[in-house]
Design a protein around this ligand. Structure first.
Ligand code: SAH
Length: 247
């Protein structure tokens, strides 16, 4: 071969190894190198071909693990050494992953990259309990938001007060430590304290957990969790309970 390899920035979906796309799975099986997140289903890594290099670049709780700059450098280095590199992200690589920045970094250095979308946890985790992001008659808009702030910004990046008035369903990623503060912002923005909330922890993993509460009751949540705020929670959980009785 000549020149550098190709980098595929692939979404693995959350938890359940069957939630990856057919294309993602095929690329994973062909990859010479796989750099993966921590929140990727371990079974998926068994689909890598024998002899492939597999590197865990995930952040541990507490922050240890390679920095984003180090991950970018690794991607570049492996692309210069091998034909096919897969960067496997939990969920979707472009939804609160760093897939876009990784591709920017590589493209600026002459390495081509391609995105393979994945099922994002913000939709998949609620769906586990039959909660739809939007559904006719109950919600026609949804916002995907982050609960984590970039300390360098100083300001809130997400204006939850405005969102409270603007969208029907609010999905919060990375809200573990800021959930209570987000709830009071949403209430200040006009959402009733009894607005239904679902907290879905570790969806599709063995330690999966659902908590149902109201916005007024929302406090710190376990990590990793998706928080869903809105009337869809009530309607979804009603269907989930019916479906459970039927199965
Ligand atoms: N790119 C990922 C999100 C990465 S940010 C995606 O599209 O899903 C990490 C956050 O995702 C976590 O803090 C949590 O809010 C959420 N998350 C990821 N996997 C999850 C899971 N299995 N269950 C619940 N939340 C999850």
């Amino acid at each position: 071969m000549g020149g550098v390899g190709r980098v595929y920035i692939v979404g693995a979906g959350p938890g359940d190894p069957e939630l990856i796309t057919v294309k993602g799975l095929r690329l994973l099986g062909n990859a010479d190198v796989v750099l993966h997140d921590r929140l990727v289903a371990p079974e998926l890594l068994r689909r890598v071909k024998p002899g492939a290099v597999v590197v865990d670049v995930g952040k541990r709780p507490g922050g240890a693990g390679p920095t984003q700059a180090e991950i970018n450098e690794m991607l570049l280095k492996y692309a210069q050494l091998y034909d096919t590199v897969v960067r496997l992200h939990g969920g979707d690589p472009l939804v609160f992953g760093r897939g876009f920045e990784e591709c920017e970094y590589l493209a600026a250095r002459g390495v081509s990259c391609e995105f393979v979308p994945g099922v994002t946890s913000g939709f998949a985790a609620p769906a586990r309990f039959y909660i739809p992001p939007v559904v006719r008659g109950t919600a026609s808009s949804v916002a995907l938001t982050t609960g984590r702030e970039d300390p360098s910004k100083g300001l809130r990046q997400v204006d939850f007060r405005k969102l409270a008035a603007a969208v029907d369903t609010i999905v919060v990623y990375m809200g573990a430590s800021s959930a209570a503060e987000i709830a009071s912002e949403l209430i200040a923005g006009g959402l009733p304290r009894d607005t239904p909330v679902a907290v879905v922890k570790s969806a599709y993993f063995p330690d999966e957990e659902l908590r149902l509460l109201t916005l007024g009751e929302l406090g710190p949540v376990p990590n990793p969790s998706i928080i869903v705020v809105g009337k869809v929670v009530e309607r979804g959980v009603r269907l989930w309970e019916t479906a459970r009785r039927l199965s």
